[in-house]
Design a protein around this ligand. Structure first.
Ligand SMILES: [Zn+2]
Length: 697
């Protein structure tokens, strides 16, 4: 049929334009991988197919610190080079289709992470920036897209996940391991390849347009399923419709992992996210998964289907994902939520703009620029040309560049087509090439009803007191006024004395919105004690963060704090961070002195690798680690210096180094070394020698 041919022509034309010098085109990689938890290593068999289009001397595949065996090119054993960064082929290939097979082995220092212990471990990957080649021979260049299929071998009591549809799950002859075979049908960049292994339960759904949806959760977290994944399906259906191009892949699954390095990662068809977002109904009020969920989903189009050619155009991924996540939230929570998020982001960008001056179109731009300012640029563009035209341009842009790579001009050219009279160049200059973003008034917010109240609150600083007061009271009591306005008012009272602000607090009490409640808790840091029961009754059970703030409240007497410990004891077990705060206070105040040893032991245990990094950090800071009763925590501290996650290792390494600076502390550590485990002894020795060599200089 004729029109099919036309479509094909334009498709290949697009590729040729994007990569004019491409002499070799990699098409597929089929890999069978076996990660080994005990040795923290991975072995695999790879089969690549590629086309040589023009004569070339060498062909390179990125492969960091790997060893290769049994390498066959077109079924012949050939010579190759391994420079530990790349596998370099220089013989045995010919113009046309080629097939390369080999076995490899690697012990990655990054990109493939092993978490937990032998009885309950997780293995997962993080490919972005350009890290997949640390565990899988692949391509650091995002412009090289290929179709991946991955077989993962793992113990039968674990679930293995990768990109694409699960084709089969076969038991080995010993009955000890399954091979999970996953396959994609469309090409993608290597940084989007994923692997996750763990003990998971799975729930399934199906989208309106019949895409299978899979949600994974650890059995221990099963009661948190609804509060974690709420709105998943609704957001999926919404984005499919709003973006206007059908979800481009065959399945969509999401899986939380422990000690993840980011909030979430949009691996194609298989998003990984941090277990910190697995929450119950109180944790939901502190940190829920909804925005991250929508953001990673939006990336399945913006990033995975079309991928920026280089870092300079990174906003085409992050700005779009941030924008469409806001749109998905708007669909659930309404206009005020959408605009208040934009407003808060605008404040952040404006505050940062004096030092953060690198414009969006620059690979060195901050994440605030790529994400929030990028989303702002899209919102402004939509307001300028109208939502209908904006949506139309996005749809055409996605269709035209599907499974390819894009530059900012590719998007702007589609805008020009739908809005020929619009001054795209001045949009580009103002939003993408300008590092400044500092105007006090924002015309793009004026459509939003609440913005005039925010403007009033801002202007009120020059008003008479009685005028101001009646405005604030009226706004705080009005249930149609959004939390962001009430936050702005309450934030003015953080440092004023209680009698001055009591009437405002009481006015705000009528609002049960969690954001208003949190703003109240922040503003009431100094209140008379007879106010305590009112506050308790209002907020106690709405959020773990509020509970923590309450426990930490500095103005309470010790007796009152003990009372608080008693009333919150049962609750404290539900959230490990809250539990740390509770235990620290219990030890400090000698609450239930007969249980001191027990409490101390529990707090020591909370520093271990059984817990998430934030809990561990707060447990470390809650203990005097050099005290004789805290040896377990001290050992965990040294082990934590070896952890891959910079949020954990940065702080603990600094603390350890400080011990060596101080003679008394150093001696305690060296004494401790004598009885520590061999692994800990070795770490201490390294720090000690490091200190010795530095102190000699
Ligand atoms: Zn993102």
């Amino acid at each position: 049929m004729k029109f099919l041919g036309v479509i094909f022509l334009s498709f290949f034309f697009g590729i040729t334009l994007a990569q004019p010098n491409k002499k070799v085109d990699f098409l597929t990689l089929h890999a069978q991988v076996t990660p080994n938890f005990e040795t923290k290593s991975i072995t695999g068999n790879c089969t690549f197919t590629f086309d040589v289009k023009q004569p070339v001397d060498t062909i390179k595949i990125d492969a960091k610190n790997m060893d290769f065996y049994s390498l066959y090119l077109n079924e012949k054993s050939v010579q190759f080079q391994n420079n530990k960064k790349q596998l370099v082929l220089y013989e045995g290939f010919a113009i046309g289709r080629n097939i390369l097979k080999f076995t490899y082995e690697a012990t990655p220092k990054q990109a493939l992470y092993f978490v937990g212990n032998n009885e309950n471990f997780q293995i997962w990957t993080q490919g972005q920036g350009k890290y997949t080649s640390h565990w899988l021979p692949s391509f650091d260049d995002v412009n090289e897209k290929l179709i991946f299929s991955t077989d993962v071998v793992c113990r039968t009591d674990y679930t293995a996940l990768s990109n694409g549809v699960l084709q089969s799950k076969t038991l080995n002859s010993k009955g000890s391991h399954y091979t999970w075979s996953y396959a994609m049908t469309k090409p993608m960049s290597s940084y989007l390849v994923m692997l996750a292994i763990g003990k998971y339960d799975k729930k399934e759904g199906i989208s309106k347009n019949k895409i299978p949806l899979e949600w994974y959760i650890e059995p221990i977290d099963s009661s948190k399923f609804e509060t974690t994944y709420c709105y998943s399906q609704k957001m999926f259906d919404y984005l499919n419709k709003k973006i206007g191009v059908k979800y481009p892949w065959q399945v969509y699954r999401q899986v939380p992992v422990r000690d993840f390095v980011y909030a979430g990662m949009e691996n194609t068809t298989a998003t990984i996210f941090a277990r910190e977002y697995v929450v119950d109904n109180m944790g939901y009020n502190d940190q829920n998964y909804i925005n991250v969920n929508a953001h990673e989903l939006a990336h399945q189009w913006f990033g995975d289907l079309i991928t920026a050619t280089e870092g300079k155009h990174h906003w085409l991924q992050e700005g779009f994902a941030t924008y469409y996540a806001l749109m998905a939230e708007k669909n659930i929570f309404g206009e005020d939520h959408y605009y208040s998020s934009l407003y808060n982001n605008w404040l952040k960008i404006r505050t940062a703009s004096s030092r953060d001056t690198i414009p969006i179109l620059n690979e060195k731009a901050s994440s605030l620029s790529f994400y929030q300012k990028g989303a702002w640029a899209l919102h402004a563009l939509k307001e300028d040309i109208g939502e209908r035209k904006f949506d139309k341009a996005v749809k055409k842009y996605l269709k035209k560049y599907a499974f390819q790579n894009v530059k900012t001009d590719d998007f702007l050219n589609e805008i020009k087509k739908v809005a020929p009279r619009y001054d795209v160049l001045s949009f580009q200059k103002k939003w993408l090439e300008n590092g400044k973003f500092d105007s006090i008034y924002n015309p793009y917010l004026k459509k939003w009803k609440q913005y005039k109240y925010l403007e009033m609150v801002r202007a009120s600083s020059t008003w008479q007191n009685n005028q101001k007061d009646s405005l604030y009271i009226a706004l705080l009591q009005d249930k149609n006024i959004h939390a962001v306005v009430k936050q702005a008012i309450l934030s003015k009272f953080i440092n004023t004395n209680f009698t001055e602000k009591e009437k405002f607090l009481r006015a705000a009490f009528t609002d049960k919105n969690i954001l208003v409640q949190k703003a109240i808790v922040r503003a009431i840091s100094n209140y008379p004690l007879d106010f305590q029961p009112i506050i308790d009754s209002l907020f106690e059970n709405s959020s773990y963060d509020i509970k923590k703030d309450m426990l930490n409240n500095i103005i309470m007497s010790d007796e009152q704090k003990k009372q608080k410990l008693a009333t919150s004891e049962i609750y404290s077990h539900k959230d490990s961070m809250l539990r740390v705060t509770w235990l620290r206070l219990a030890l400090q105040l000698h609450y239930k002195p007969e249980q001191t040893l027990e409490f101390n032991k529990e707090l020591n245990e909370l520093t271990s690798a059984n817990h998430d990094i934030y809990t561990r950090l707060s447990a470390f800071w809650s203990l005097n680690l050099l005290a004789p009763e805290n040896k377990e925590a001290l050992a965990n501290l040294f082990l934590a210096t070896q952890h891959y996650n910079w949020q954990l290792n940065g702080d603990v390494r600094q603390l350890v180094r400080s011990y060596f600076q101080n003679e008394a502390q150093r001696n305690i550590v060296l004494e401790f070394q004598k009885t520590a485990s061999p692994e800990v002894q070795e770490i201490i020795q390294k720090y000690y020698e490091n200190w010795l060599s530095k102190s000699k200089k």
